[in-house]
Design a protein around this ligand. Structure first.
Ligand code: GUN
Ligand code: ZN
Length: 441
């Protein structure tokens, strides 16, 4: 075992789903070890046992730090990196004022490459090892994103965002060109290294029925791909969808009638759902992607985590950068906790960590590869310092178990808590990306 690496520290893995089985679905080892070789996890166990069994392995001892699966962000818009935290709008105004002008800049392939690299460096420095991102309508924005992820050895998913109406000049394709460009990108990137193409109509207000049908046809030709879009994020948006599709039974039906509902469908937000929509989503086992920092930041509403989980929905967690106000899945877990509290459900730290790792991977149909520490899984790991700031350290000092030790980092932690990140079995530098050149205001 020449390239074998033994990582020592506290370890946290899941042997089941804490929403179904409670916190005992997690397995915490106080002095544990993970053996990594050839990009995958080869063994898990106690530190001394694995040291004795693998004497030739290189050793990295993380002491009291916690080794867990790298975070998985199931819904993001990497092109919105530079406009994250833009003040004071709700969804449609926010798209028109900030998002669309910024996305226009991705006509420049050089700019797309710069932001793709900046975005991935930011997420990795926050402990995120996989993301599922929207790109822009420009094929070069997809090439830039996949090339940047490929250079970092990351497992990512992404697609060209298709829009053929209700978007400015320069940011619209057509039903035909959206189909053709998506198909060419899919052929170029899907299944290459750790990259997956995702069929990506932005949402039904910005696609004509013809384009939605073309996206449905493309997905039917490539059923091994996922399909991502937005659903029922804000009440104004839902009213707009009703006026654009007067014959549709509800918002979900604007996708369903064009072949855009199935087990591999990812619906971002899914806050204001009708009973029929919930029943259909559950029946086909589509994924709902909860984006809590976005939902509070843009004022969208309170996702019903407790109710939807109890009904057996497949749910992942995501930042929704840059409608979401953070690149950090720690911050995102904290927001999920707060949103659920406002709906009367206190999510356990085991549930929060599961949502940001296994749950998100499961929503992306990748839980057999990423999102957990287990033999045979790809070696994407994050190592967290559970005492990264004085405020967190003084609270964690009182902890009586792993959950009390971890919860302050979930609620108050950020990139300072990320001690190390391993991607595909390699330790990646978690230095902060360089600051863009500053201008005086
Ligand atoms: N709905 C359609 N596009 C977007 C987007 O870029 N961000 C969010 N939050 N919602 C959307
Ligand atoms: Zn989104």
């Amino acid at each position: 075992m020449t390239d074998a690496q033994l990582l020592l520290g506290q370890t946290l893995a899941f042997e089941g789903d804490p929403f179904a089985q409670g916190p005992q679905a997690a397995r915490h080892v106080r002095r544990g070890a993970v053996l990594v070789q050839g990009g995958v996890i080869r063994a898990m166990g106690g530190a001394e046992d694995l040291r004795a069994a693998h004497p030739a392995a290189g050793i990295t001892d993380y002491g009291d730090d916690l080794i867990l699966a790298g975070f998985v962000d199931a819904h993001a818009h990497y092109p919105q990196t530079a406009i994250i935290a833009s003040w004071g709008k709700r969804l449609i105004d926010w798209l028109n004022s900030y998002t669309f002008p910024e996305e226009m800049r991705f006509a420049d392939a050089g700019y797309a490459a710069e932001i793709a690299g900046r975005y991935l460096d930011l997420v990795v420095s926050n402990g995120t090892t996989s993301v599922c991102s929207y790109c822009t309508i420009h094929p070069a924005s997809v090439d830039a994103f996949f090339a940047a992820a490929q250079a970092r050895g990351m497992r990512v998913l992404a697609g060209k965002t298709c829009m053929d109406r209700n978007a400015p000049d320069g940011l619209r394709d057509s039903a035909q060109s959206g189909y053709d460009d998506s198909k060419a990108l899919l052929g170029r990137w899907h299944g290459v290294d750790r990259l997956s193409y995702v069929v990506t109509p932005r949402f039904s207000p910005t696609s004509t029925p013809d384009q939605l049908a073309a996206m449905g046809a493309l997905w039917a030709e490539h059923p091994d791909c996922l399909m991502q879009t937005h659903l029922s994020e804000q009440l104004d948006e839902i009213a707009w969808v009703k006026s654009l599709f007067p014959d549709a039974r509800d918002y979900l039906d604007t996708y369903e009638r064009f072949g855009l509902l199935g087990p591999g469908a990812l619906f971002g937000h899914a806050i204001h759902l009708e009973p029929r929509e919930k029943a259909r989503l559950r029946e086909v086992d589509a994924s709902l992607i909860h984006c809590p920092t976005s939902n509070t930041f843009i004022g969208s509403g309170l996702f019903d985590m407790g109710g939807l989980m109890a009904d057996g929905h497949r749910i992942g967690l995501a930042t929704d950068t840059g409608g979401g106000s953070s690149f950090s899945m720690l911050r995102t877990m904290a927001a999920a906790y707060e949103v659920a509290q406002l709906r009367g459900r206190a999510l356990h730290p085991a549930e929060l960590i599961w949502l940001a790792t296994q749950g998100a991977a499961r929503a992306l149909r990748l839980d057999h590869r990423i999102g957990n520490l287990a033999v045979g899984m790809e070696a994407d790991l994050v190592v967290l310092n559970l005492a990264a700031t004085p405020a967190i350290a003084q609270r964690a000092e009182r902890a009586e178990d792993i959950w009390q030790a971890l919860f302050p980092t979930i609620m108050m932690g950020d990139d300072r808590a990320v001690r190390a990140v391993w991607i595909g079995g390699r330790a990646l530098d978690v230095q902060q990306p360089e600051l863009p050149s500053t201008k005086t205001q």
